[in-house]
Ligand binder design. Structure first.
Ligand code: ASP
Length: 324
């Protein structure tokens, strides 16, 4: 075991478990790299051989559609191999057996582990035990972080708005249980977003000390007034006690983003959602499918961001191996 750091001894990214601690330059490098891989709808996807000879192991123990498939497509489009494993890591995180699994896969030359788990700490634990040439990437850690989602959200805003400093960004909904919101908070703070708002009903707001610097709003109307970017979030029922789950129609009545409410934001505001969406719970279909929605653009950017992250950690590995 070695101490946890996302950076190798040359201070290059080796693992990506959280966006906390990444500088604005490091984030912008990843966004710039991703931009090379962005293609418009109907265009042939970008490809390269940056992962030639590399094997990526997707280990997902929570459901995923977008993240798992986009990591897989990203690895394949970079010429890498992919295996998808459905093994429970978290239930064994305190024992040694998790390491047996990881060491077994490492012996089969799995070089990058992409891990999603409902329990905190799994990615970091694995990262402290793998060999020097191996990378661990989080694909979602409990309610805590979802770094590639944060990066793809930043890329989407940059494409539509150009800069961050003059933007009012409102993150709305179940922020308390959302790893997407936490990674968004970290990336937007690092990139110096003009005004970051967190907008949620009482029970879905994070604790008072969390997310310093974000401005809190307790109604949707006030929270999105004059906003440039609105990020809607799903209620994370799987992380809540039944009694605390709001009734869907009540929630939509007060917290659903409708076409009328959207008029309170700037006329050119963009609407984001990480998916999966609950139509007519947190977002009306007419907004989700409307002209201000960039939700499918986020999905497309997800592949480009994951290509950028995979390419970066593999290039850094090669640099480490050539100058130890
Ligand atoms: N897909 C995102 C996540 O894994 C958002 C969500 O599930 O609501 O956190």
């Amino acid at each position: 075991m070695h101490p946890f750091s996302q950076f190798d001894r040359h201070n290059r990214l080796q693992h990506l478990i959280t966006l906390e601690g990444l500088s604005s330059d490091q984030i912008c490098d990843l966004l710039d790299r991703a931009e090379h891989y962005v293609r418009g709808p109907g265009q042939i996807p970008a490809r390269s051989q940056a992962l030639d000879g590399i094997t990526v192991g997707n280990i997902f123990t929570e459901p995923s559609t977008r993240t798992r498939s986009s990591f897989e497509l990203a690895a394949r489009r970079l010429g890498g191999e992919v295996i998808n494993l459905e093994i429970m890591l978290s239930s064994r995180v305190k024992g040694e057996t998790i390491l047996d699994t990881i060491y077994t896969l490492q012996a089969m030359a799995v070089d990058v582990f992409v891990i999603r788990d409902a329990e905190p700490g799994v990615g970091q634990f694995v990262a402290t035990h793998v060999d020097d040439h191996v990378s661990v990437l989080s694909a979602g850690e409990a309610h805590l972080s979802h770094p590639t989602q944060g990066l793809l959200d930043a890329l989407t805003i940059r494409q539509h708005k150009g800069s961050f400093a003059d933007q009012v960004v409102a993150v709305v909904g179940d922020i308390r249980h959302s790893r997407v919101a936490r990674s968004a908070y970290q990336v937007f703070r690092a990139l110096n977003v003009g005004e970051l708002r967190i907008v949620a009903p009482d029970g879905l707001m994070p604790d008072a000390g969390e997310m310093p610097g974000a401005v809190r709003f307790d109604t949707l109307e006030k929270g999105i007034a004059g906003a440039d970017v609105i990020m809607m979030l799903r209620i994370q029922k799987e992380r809540m006690q039944d009694a605390a789950i709001p009734e869907q129609s009540d929630y939509f009545a007060r917290w659903g983003l409708t076409k009328n409410r959207l008029k309170l934001a700037k006329p050119n505001a963009i609407v984001m959602h990480p998916g999966p969406m609950n139509r007519d719970v947190e977002i009306a279909s007419e907004v989700a499918d409307g002209p201000q929605s960039v939700i499918l653009k986020q999905v497309a950017n997800g592949v480009a961001i994951r290509m950028a992250v995979l390419e970066t950690v593999v290039a850094n590995r090669k640099a480490r191996q050539s100058s130890p």
